[in-house]
Design a protein around this ligand. Sequence first.
Ligand code: DGL
Length: 267
Amino acid sequence: MTRPSTRSRPIGVFDSGVGGLTVLKELRSRLPNQDFLYFSDTARVPYGRKPKEMVCGFARQIVSFLLRMQVGGIVIACNTASAAALPELATSTPVPVWGVIDPGVEAARRQTRTGRVGVIGTLGTVSSGVYQRKLEALGLWVWAQACPLFVHVVEEGLAGSSDAQALAQHYLSARPDIDTLILGCTHYPMLGPVIQRVVGPSISLVSSAVVTAEVVNAAWEPPAAGAGRVTHYVTGDPLAYRHTAHFIDGVEGDIVPLDVTRLDSLP
Ligand code: DGL
């Protein structure tokens, strides 16, 4: 699938905010020589409560920008954008495009022992029904819960706070008997310790970041040598982005602020 000419190009990765950095981290550990462009649309986060057509429009705009930056492949490191736009973008984009939902479903299938799986995500992801359809098609029983405030907590750098714990209790206390819980939003791995405390050790948490990186790694031929640079394009406040990203792994690489109102004419 990878064209030889795309080999030396960067891979574009995007999310509404810092959540996709959880995917980027796994990608970089598998593809150390590879350059990445990470697009963080913090001026318009959260995507989860916005109409599907609006999210599709954002995703199209970001993909066009990344193509103008000469990427050789694109990872939609956002469940909400994957749910809304992956089918369209996968067929209309001239480079490979990967989403995070199929990898998350695959990880849950591998992990569950009882066949009873939960999925938490944004309102957009949960109401799209995409996880439910894909999991049920594999014969699994599914419980789905939207957790709209989680993204704000993570973006504010409060993932380890008592507020995060109270919210997790609020969203997860009515869960039925499941043995696997998919973190169906790339922001949620940051809340992993809090969520695990609330649901207890008998439920295993699934993050799509690892499996997504495995899928990309299997399909992509990286450069044999290279610096493995990351450039971050940020539509919101770059200082706030650096501050929040610090809670994941810090931000290695340059941060380039972008004016989202001029995105169609950039660079
Ligand atoms: N990380 C995005 C996702 O996986 C966040 C969604 C949002 O911006 O609401 O869905």
